[in-house]
Write a protein that binds this ligand. Structure first.
Ligand SMILES: Cc1cc2nc3c(=O)[nH]c(=O)nc-3n(C[C@H](O)[C@H](O)[C@H](O)COP(=O)(O)OP(=O)(O)OC[C@H]3O[C@@H](n4cnc5c(N)ncnc54)[C@H](O)[C@@H]3O)c2cc1C
Length: 320
């Protein structure tokens, strides 16, 4: 089965969820092809070859920068109709979540979003995806072709690059599209901040930080670890930190390799957003806090002592 991975570029390379998608594609299908869109793409296609693509379609055009769903959909719908893949994969990043439903609608096919795995059974693709804030895991089979799924970041293993691999590179003709939604401005929330849903490490603060200034030690630990900053709803509702940082049922669902919860009790609605993290560390002064039931490592203590001590130790460790 031919698999097409829609790759997403970032400033200095390809986004990790695209590489994870290539790893899954290599496990499921053959040939594995990728498509990359944007302007001034340089030799990023070579990177996709290193991660398993045997052919890379490149749409390099000023009209594709910055990303707009309309321009990308026009290019991708043409490509899918031309090469007829059996499966399309895309990271469930901010762009993936915006683009995939529009592309599925244009192609008239089903979409399974935010999936955590795909398996081949008797030649059929089975799609695994959490539902109802992770309370159940559904196995989905799509009747339409091609199959189409977005993949939750940080769940699937990263493939090893092989720099000896090469790919055929095919430039795409970019159709003139009537783009009705224009991006006027991109406002960054803060310089150097890591996007929560794609972060491999998250440090979060809850009501235990006691105020906006209480987030400072949490933020410092996040900075030292190159982590994203998360929060509980209690901290967001109190106005100590913007909603964009909220993790949980009514916030973001995250799957980092490491989640450090500081002054968070572990309410079920918070756990719904982070319990699939690979390693959970909890810092809480109450030894009976429910967060310790899901934590791999628990530190009972005052976060205003523990968090700065962790920051100092990580600083030393990472400087070596
Ligand atoms: C429909 C619905 C949706 C919701 N969605 C979400 C959601 O998306 N995300 C979310 O987070 N919540 C959500 N909630 C709210 C949720 O039920 C909890 O109220 C919230 O998660 C509690 O936040 P918290 O753990 O920061 O605060 P608390 O429960 O008040 O816990 C604070 C913790 O900090 C500890 N602490 C205090 N001081 C210190 C200190 N100095 N050092 C160390 N530890 C300290 C305390 O022991 C306590 O365990 C939702 C609720 C509902 C009803």
């Amino acid at each position: 089965m031919k698999v097409l991975v829609i790759a997403e570029k970032m400033e200095d390379g390809i986004k990790k969820p695209s590489l994870e998608a290539l790893g899954l594609a290599t496990r499921l299908g053959n040939p594995v092809e990728a498509v990359l869109l944007g302007a001034g793409l340089g030799d990023l296609a070579t990177l996709l070859a290193h991660y398993g693509a045997s052919k890379v379609y490149v749409a390099d055009d000023a009209s594709l920068e910055p990303y707009t769903a309309e321009a990308y959909t026009a290019v991708l719908a043409d490509l899918v109709e031309k090469i007829e893949p059996g499966l399309i994969l895309l990271g469930a990043t901010a762009m993936g979540r915006d683009l995939a439903p529009r592309l599925a609608a244009r192609l008239g096919i089903a979409l399974a979003s935010d999936c955590t795995d795909l398996q081949l059974e008797d030649g059929n693709i089975q799609i695994i995806r959490p539902m109802y804030a992770g309370k159940l895991i559904a196995t989905v089979r799509q009747e339409s072709m091609p199959h189409f799924a977005t993949l939750r970041p940080n769940v699937l293993p990263m493939p090893e690059p092989d720099t000896s691999r090469t790919a055929a590179i095919e430039p795409l003709v970019v159709p003139a599209t009537d783009i009705r939604a224009q991006v006027k401005e991109i406002v960054e929330t803060a310089a150097g901040q890591v996007e929560l849903t794609e972060a491999t490490i998250i440090v979060s603060g809850g009501r235990g930080v006691k105020g906006p200034e209480g987030f400072e030690p949490v933020r410092e630990l996040a900075q030292v670890l190159g982590a994203a900053l998360g929060a509980s709803r209690a901290a967001v509702d109190a106005g100590w930190i913007p909603y964009a940082h909220q993790v949980g049922q009514t916030g973001k669902t995250v799957t980092p390799n490491l989640y450090i919860a500081c002054g968070i009790s572990g309410a079920i609605q918070h756990l719904a957003g982070m319990k699939t993290a690979q390693v959970i560390v909890a810092v809480n002064k109450d030894p009976d806090a429910p967060i310790f039931k899901v934590a791999d490592y628990g530190i009972v203590g005052d976060l205003f002592d523990v968090v700065p001590a962790l920051t100092t130790e990580f600083e030393k460790l990472l400087a070596d």
